[in-house]
Design a protein around this ligand. Structure first.
Ligand SMILES: [Zn+2]
Length: 413
């Protein structure tokens, strides 16, 4: 081959590469909240190149490349993509994923997660093989959905399969996730992490037909130790005071819920949670949904919510770490507006709530270098809101567009 041929081939390859790269995306005229701690940029521009953020700043300072696809965000607010740190990839529409079309899965994931701005979710109890099937298809581009982290199958104490989940698990032929002995539990922790789990979930207090069943302390400790040995976080479902004790004393990292049954959290208790470096997922809407399901009186319903709100307020006011999470997949109220209203009722400010949706989970789960903020080099995961949460907190639920890894994934086109 002559030098001229080689040069021709080189140019052809170069052109091929250029044309196969998706065009840049430019979000212009937006009010941008780059992070919970930085002031907003009014009339700002964000340039997305590939799956990364290339530039962010005032429109006067950031140049839009001529080839970029421009999204006019005048009148809208842009934040980093949200995290939901308590979901379940366990709905009838997501189970038996190997038999489901990519379109069906995409539409179910959109209804539950992406249309609410969630570009990352932590699934904290499902069926690991099934969840692995879904996230593999999301990552290879076949299915449209969020980044999925998962704990896979949960760990229940013996006899502790929750009463509210039993019928569903049996109807779907999901094998028992109860553990009877320390060696069996440790072996399963190793196996699940080996199979791709990003964390472990224990039922520190499991709600059964005979009341709350705490996980034996030595069992909880052994599970946590094994997960930590692999560098993975442990979530706990606490239920009541005893469950909270098991979570604290065994070294759990994240409380998956507040616990209305445990009563008011005192300053001393809050200090213990803080010194245990515990993160708290409030799931306040859940208690409203459950109260309505149990058909309790309006007064009792309000009492449950008030209790959960008190606990969140106590922990948040004391500077405890809060991670946004709603138990979507267990509850079918996907709309997030009520959760934001209740978090605000617990005294959380807009920047605090934004932190619970972005920087707190990104830091906690080891993604702070790529997720949680709008800055150069970060993942191009963005939410465009039709309203400003600084003046109306429910604007966090008024999602207009969602971008994940540089692609508009909601609305689908
Ligand atoms: Zn849950």
């Amino acid at each position: 081959m002559s030098a001229r041929h080689v040069l021709g081939l080189f140019i052809a390859i170069l052109l091929l590469n250029i044309s196969s790269v998706a065009s840049d995306l430019a979000l212009v005229h937006a009010k941008i909240y780059p992070s919970p701690t930085e002031p907003p940029i009014t009339d700002g521009t964000i340039i997305v190149h590939g799956d990364r953020i290339d530039a962010v700043g005032p429109g006067t300072a950031v140049k839009v490349p001529p080839s970029a696809t421009v999204l006019d965000c005048k009148g809208f607010v842009v934040t980093a993509g949200f995290w939901n740190s308590h979901v379940h990839i366990l709905t009838p529409g997501l189970l038996h994923a190997e038999k489901r079309s990519s379109d069906d899965l995409s539409s179910q994931l959109e209804q539950m997660f992406t249309r609410w701005g969630f570009t990352t979710v932590f699934d904290i109890a499902s069926v690991l093989d099934n969840t692995n099937n879904i996230r593999r298809r999301i990552e290879n581009g076949e299915v449209r959905g969020p980044r999925v982290l998962t704990v896979g199958d949960p760990f229940y104490p013996k006899g502790g399969t929750p009463v509210y989940a039993k019928a569903f698990l049996e109807a779907n032929h999901i094998p028992s996730a109860e553990v009877e002995s320390i060696p069996q539990a440790v072996q399963r922790v190793r196996q699940q992490i080996n199979d791709g789990a990003d964390g472990i979930k224990i039922f520190a207090g499991a709600i059964t037909e005979h009341g709350v069943l705490p996980m034996p302390m030595d069992l909880a400790k052994a599970i946590v130790l094994e997960a930590h040995r692999a560098g993975k976080p442990v979530f706990a479902h606490p239920s009541n005071t005893e469950g909270l004790e098991v979570a604290i004393q065994s070294g759990v990292d994240v409380l998956a819920h507040t616990a209305p049954m445990s009563g008011d959290w005192s300053p001393a208790f809050v200090e213990r949670l803080k010194s245990a470096h515990m993160a708290l997922i409030p799931t306040l809407t859940l208690f409203d949904v459950e109260a309505k399901k149990a058909k309790v009186s309006a007064e009792e319903n309000e009492m449950w919510i008030k209790q959960a709100v008190q606990e969140l307020k106590a922990y948040s006011d004391a500077g405890g770490e809060i991670l946004f999470g709603t138990d979507i997949g267990y509850i079918d109220q996907y709309d997030t507006a009520e959760e934001f209203t209740l978090m605000s009722r617990a005294g959380m400010s807009m920047p605090h709530i934004l932190a619970s949706l972005t920087t707190n989970p990104a830091n906690r789960f080891g993604f702070s270098k790529r997720s949680g903020r709008i800055a150069n080099g970060m993942d191009a995961d963005l939410v465009v809101l039709d309203g400003d949460p600084a003046s109306d907190i429910t604007a966090f639920s008024k999602v207009r567009q969602v971008i994940r890894q540089g692609k508009v994934i909601y609305p689908a086109h």
